[in-house]
Design a protein around this ligand. Structure first.
Ligand SMILES: Nc1ncnc2c1ncn2[C@@H]1O[C@H](COP(=O)(O)OP(=O)(O)O)[C@@H](O)[C@H]1O
Ligand SMILES: [Mg+2]
Length: 310
């Protein structure tokens, strides 16, 4: 972690150089950081929530604790616990308490970043609610841990996640500011793929990346799909297209290459609507035809047609 404490304007500028677009969100998070408010970031996967928070943690010079939210995150794992072997020897003394990320962040005045907060168990969410309202935490046999100056919680969640979004109660919302991160624009997504796919981009070309991005965006609005792919699908599709083309010594827009890359990158990332009677692979095939298959007249109508075009 770089420890370069900067002023808020410098922080905004630093974050802007790390991220594509998102000026509004960057200013919001810096303002919320400066005022010490707790924050809930809501947005679908791949909208840059983690990227923004990691960049903030790196640039602002304060400590950072990162927690992946899941069903196994018990209060003890979040807060910390006594080392059982050491307790046998020296009893419940404070120096055998091993801080979890919450205790560490509170003591050090750090930023506590919790990913997928909706996935953590109710009792763990209740611990966070207590900390947010009281600024301190009571741990049995240890006593109170007070939040040092600078302690702040930032949680993120996907509002369309099927898991537990309803459990994020008004008690959480009432103690947080809420930052919504929606999908990026087409131009921004194209730039993000360009950055993430690195040198492979040169072989694929930005025109093709634009079509890849359009294809991936179309998965989010397709009538037969309940949920589409994030920009991660566009990054993977671009990388796979370049790599398959290299292995097969074919152009990356060769129909066999681009179709395989499209299915590999996207068929597992989308969810079809119940009762639509189609598989994910079929819907992806349709979108591939529309955005990446050779233009009409090249006779690529049969789904089996994957030989190199003339
Ligand atoms: N605005 C952005 N600028 C640069 N890269 C981005 C941006 N948004 C997303 N990405 C890239 O897209 C991928 C997913 O972003 P991530 O921050 O992990 O999303 P989330 O946490 O919202 O699921 C990462 O590879 C990240 O580098
Ligand atoms: Mg994330």
């Amino acid at each position: 972690m770089k420890s370069v404490a900067v002023n808020d304007e410098g922080l905004v500028a630093g974050l802007r150089s790390e991220m594509v677009g998102r000026t509004r969100e960057i200013e919001a998070i810096v303002a919320m950081r400066a005022t010490g408010r707790h924050v809930l970031i809501e947005g679908p996967p791949g909208t840059g929530k983690s990227t923004l928070l990691r960049a903030l943690a790196e640039l602002d010079g304060r400590g950072f604790e990162f927690v992946e939210g899941n069903a196994e995150l018990t209060p003890a794992r979040l807060i910390g616990s006594f080392d059982p072997a050491a307790v046998l020897e020296s009893g419940y003394s404070p120096d055998v308490f091993i801080d979890g990320p919450l205790a560490a962040a509170m003591r050090d005045g750090s930023l506590l970043y919790i990913e997928e907060i909706n996935r953590i168990p109710e009792e763990t969410i209740n611990v966070l609610i207590t900390v947010m309202s009281e600024g301190e935490l009571h741990v049995p046999r240890l006593g109170a841990i007070e939040a040092a100056e600078g302690f702040q919680m930032v949680a993120a969640m996907n509002p369309f996640d099927a898991v537990g979004t309803a459990r994020i109660s008004s008690a959480v919302y009432d103690r947080c500011c809420r930052l919504e991160m929606g999908y990026q624009s087409t131009e921004e997504e194209t730039l993000i793929v360009g950055r993430s796919a690195g040198s492979q981009i040169a072989t694929v070309g930005t025109g093709v990346v634009g079509r890849v991005v359009e294809l991936v965006r179309a998965t989010r609005t397709h009538a037969d799909l309940r949920s589409g792919s994030s920009v991660r699908g566009a990054i993977d599709l671009t990388l796979l297209m370049a790599e398959l083309a290299r292995l097969r010594r074919l152009p990356h827009l060769d129909p066999g290459v681009s179709r395989d890359a499209t299915q590999l990158a996207l068929s597992g990332r989308v969810r079809v609507r119940e009762g639509c009677g189609r598989s994910a692979a079929e819907v992806i095939e349709e979108l591939w035809r529309r955005w990446l298959a050779p233009a009409e007249g090249d006779d690529q109508d049969s789904p089996e047609a994957s030989d190199p075009k003339a």
